[in-house]
Design a protein around this ligand. Structure first.
Ligand code: ADP
Ligand code: GN1
Ligand code: MG
Length: 364
């Protein structure tokens, strides 16, 4: 498919490529585990083909990642940590660039050092892991608050602008390119019935009532690496979407993914039930890590953020289903539809639990 040997040769890596296999469960980039041998020594690297249909300004994207990773590496060094393990670390090309353009495949590639002895979980296996992921994302938010974000590119403008996402959804529905709308009437109604959610956080940000902060914007459990043995946070990864946003988005996206004991694409909806105990673990960890840096209005809107991010994600999956699966990687028929359905099930559960969830937030 790609000439991995020739691609890897362009990076500052010594040794020979032994294998290069598809890796992880990301929906956007193509991730590969590249195994290198140099004499007796085996070293793993992460090679990624950047999705440049989605990230149109690859140069801007990679400048963001370079500045954020260099900043986090220096902070980790200051406190005596190991930056190769606790931060994503780019491996540069022979000419010192953060990515390589492969003429042959017309693809953009980047390489990261492999974070060793750590796992990115697809579902929460132990509540303690979810608590630790909250601490990791909370600490990461603190780190970003010290980072000079004035030079950051907004790689996907309006990323969590749910009003804009709703318009895009309506456009996909109107076009109905594949004539799929007739089979998903219930799901479409679910989205349309909840249009009033769309403005909830955006309006607060736009009016200045809620602070706009630099956020991660994709805080799924599989974007944090936990130590295989201790379960403690190692590193926050997938830094593609670092942009101005709200911490309610970051909180909400973690809840959306982690409080579902089933997979994001589970077909059997009886397995998809919002786990309120996991919610409490996350609230505890996140508020502990954020300390005084969270404002009252942000705290009041954490539950809203959770419902909103789940609703928005479901809407995005459904829009992609209507558009013919052009955005998220899919592996089977109706994959995006199955994903949309799990999200809507979780939204319904959270709506019923709203008062209880709010009480939990107020407890911490
Ligand atoms: P995507 O944007 O497609 O989600 P990610 O950057 O999240 O891609 O990578 C996909 C998966 O690859 C992660 O969930 C994780 O399992 C693994 N991964 C990514 N970067 C590293 C790394 N530096 N070390 C170890 N594993 C990694
Ligand atoms: C994508 O890249 P990945 O798989 O971590 C998506 C997120 C969605 C998520 C749903 C750039 O995240 O916004 O919430 O899938 N990333 C992008 O699982 O669109
Ligand atoms: Mg990811």
């Amino acid at each position: 498919m790609y000439d991995f040997n020739s691609i890897i040769k362009n990076f500052q890596i010594e040794g020979a490529l032994v294998s290069c296999e598809r890796y992880g469960e990301g929906h956007i980039n193509e991730t590969y585990l590249a195994k290198i041998i140099n004499g007796e020594k085996n070293t793993d690297f992460i090679l990624q083909k950047i999705n440049n249909k989605i990230f149109k300004n690859v140069d801007g994207l990679m400048q963001n990642i370079k500045s954020v990773t260099e900043f986090s590496r220096s902070k980790i060094l200051e406190r005596g940590g190991n930056p190769d393990r606790e931060s994503l670390s780019l491996v540069y090309t022979l000419d010192g660039k953060s990515y390589y353009f492969d003429e042959q495949s017309q693809g953009y590639f980047r390489v990261y050092k492999f974070i060793t002895d750590a796992v990115a979980y697809q579902v929460v296996e132990k509540p303690e892991h979810f608590y630790q992921s909250a601490v990791a994302f909370g600490n990461f938010a603190n780190l970003l608050s010290e980072f000079d974000a004035s030079g950051l590119f907004e790689v996907i403008p309006n990323f969590h602008n749910t009003k804009k996402r709703f318009k895009d959804f309506l456009a996909a529905l109107t076009a109905d390119k594949l004539n799929r709308a007739k089979d998903v009437k219930e799901e479409i109604k679910f989205v349309l019935d909840r249009v009033e959610y769309c403005g909830k956080i955006v309006d607060l940000l736009e009016s200045g009532k809620m602070p706009t902060k630099v956020t991660h914007n994709d805080t799924k459990l599989n974007n944090v690496m936990l130590d295989v043995v201790s379960g403690k946070p190692v590193a926050v990864i997938d830094l593609d979407t670092i942009m101005p946003g709200s911490i309610c988005y970051d909180f909400g996206d973690s809840i959306r993914f982690g409080c579902n004991p089933a997979n994001e694409d589970e077909k059997d909806l009886s397995k998809v039930n919002f786990d309120i105990n996991l919610f409490e673990q996350y609230v505890k960890g996140y508020l502990y890590a954020l300390g005084d840096s969270i404002t009252a209005i942000e705290k009041e809107n954490l539950v809203t953020g959770a419902i909103l991010m789940t609703y928005e994600c479901g809407m995005r999956f459904l829009a992609d289903h209507l558009e013919g699966d052009v955005y998220f990687h899919t592996k089977r028929e109706n994959h995006n539809l199955d994903r949309a359905r799990t999200q809507f099930k979780l939204v319904s559960d959270m709506e019923k639990l709203y008062d209880e969830l709010q009480k939990i937030v107020n407890k911490y």
